[in-house]
Design a protein around this ligand. Structure first.
Ligand SMILES: Nc1ncnc2c1ncn2[C@@H]1O[C@H](COP(=O)(O)OP(=O)(O)O)[C@@H](O)[C@H]1O
Ligand SMILES: [Mg+2]
Length: 377
């Protein structure tokens, strides 16, 4: 009886022990699973925060680069750089206002653009746009060095281009003291190529693409060696609006350069810039301004007058700038005339890409520059 009782007691004890050890084992298993999961989550959080931290520091660097890339000037600094915006320092007038020659404290020569009707454009919008444009860098684009957005004053500071706008050399103002020599054929071809490279960068090397909106000969600036840079890219939308709610000429571009579909529907694409580029090519070929109603009937609008003659081998020499005095070969003229005709055709889709234009101009310029002037491109 006693034996029987003891056996039962041992059996109960064994089963308690078994249950207890199973419980302990499952507790241990649960605990280690918990540790495993915790570890995993911690690792994931760690990598994410490291990634975030990296992103943050990248952003930090980016902001520093952006700040370094663009100098913010006070109105006082620019006032003194331009000699108090002295009239004798005016180098030109445009859709934005006047442009002054200036010298900064560190001796750098600059062009200072003083915007008319300041205050109409939101200050923040002005800064954001300008900072965005300051991130575009190409040897064929004019460098924006800084800006000032003080109360009602809005100014842009650019590198100074000694030889000014292309239009000054194509159409020298009679009666001016220093009449520049008309540009020769080689220089015109090189300017055409460099300007094409500037637009190609805006259209095809930047994402999203930048449409210039106001491409014209006065926005092609020439340095001391007559190398060209495109200026005022994408800035047209910052221009002051005309009173009365009308769309300003800046927004619509400049008369004679505006693609027909943009003028009619306001639909703007990179192909509108290609049209304006074609008009500049026409100016380089003919030495004529895009619109001059004082010319004989039928010759007032450059594109309408020149287009039918561009594709006619016999007639094309008749439209060439007499100042070129036949420095060109027929082969080159026919090629440039063909590119021009494609750029200014009314159907936007059939106009070439700027990359195509660059491709077709490169051989003409290389050949010329190595055989005659040895200029580096
Ligand atoms: N960075 C510069 N360096 C030298 N001259 C400049 C510079 N920017 C503009 N100019 C001169 O000022 C003129 C007016 O320029 P701008 O205000 O851009 O007007 P627009 O291009 O509408 O004619 C140009 O045609 C050029 O002669
Ligand atoms: Mg300009």
């Amino acid at each position: 009886m006693d034996n029987e009782y003891r056996r039962k007691e041992r059996a109960v004890l064994v089963s308690i022990l078994v249950v207890a050890s199973v419980a302990v084992a499952s507790l241990l298993a649960a605990f280690s699973y918990y540790c495993y999961i915790r570890n995993k989550v911690a690792k994931r959080i760690n990598t994410r925060s490291r990634k975030d931290a990296k992103k943050q520091s990248d952003l930090g660097n980016f902001q520093i680069v952006a700040e370094k890339g663009l100098q913010v000037f006070t109105f006082k600094q620019l006032y003194s750089a331009s000699g108090g915006f002295n009239k004798s320092n005016v180098v030109g007038h445009g859709g934005f206002g006047s442009v002054y020659r200036g010298v900064l404290n560190d001796g750098r020569k600059v062009a200072i653009k003083l915007m008319d009707e300041a205050g109409r454009q939101g200050e923040e919008e002005f800064k954001v746009e300008v900072e965005l444009l300051s991130r575009l860098h190409s040897p064929y684009l004019l460098a924006l060095l800084g800006y000032c957005s003080d109360n009602n004053h809005k100014l842009l500071v650019y590198e100074f281009m000694t030889n000014g706008g292309l239009q000054e050399h194509l159409y020298p103002v009679s009666g001016s003291n220093s009449i520049p020599l008309k540009l020769d054929w080689e220089t015109r071809l090189r300017i055409a190529l460099e300007a094409a490279k500037g637009l190609e960068y805006l259209h095809e090397h930047v994402c999203p693409p930048v449409i210039h909106r106001d491409f014209k000969s006065s926005n092609i600036l020439l340095d001391k060696n007559f190398h060209a840079k495109v200026s005022d890219f994408g800035l047209a939308k910052l221009g002051p609006d005309k009173a009365g709610g009308h769309v300003s000429t800046r927004v619509l571009g400049t008369q004679g350069y505006v693609a027909p579909e943009y003028a009619l529907t306001g639909h703007l694409t990179t192909k509108s810039d290609v049209y304006s580029y074609g008009v500049v090519l026409l100016e380089l070929l003919t030495g004529r301004v895009p619109v001059d109603m004082k010319r004989p009937p039928g010759e007032g609008v450059l594109v309408s007058w020149a287009l039918p003659q561009l594709t006619d081998r016999e007639k094309v020499t008749q439209i060439m700038d007499p100042a070129l005095e036949g420095q060109y070969s027929m082969k080159d003229v026919i090629q440039v005339a063909a590119i021009t005709a494609m750029c200014v055709q009314p159907e936007a889709d059939y106009r070439p890409l700027m990359a195509d234009v660059v491709q077709s101009l490169v051989p003409l310029v290389k050949h010329r520059s190595t055989s005659k002037t040895g200029n580096q491109l």
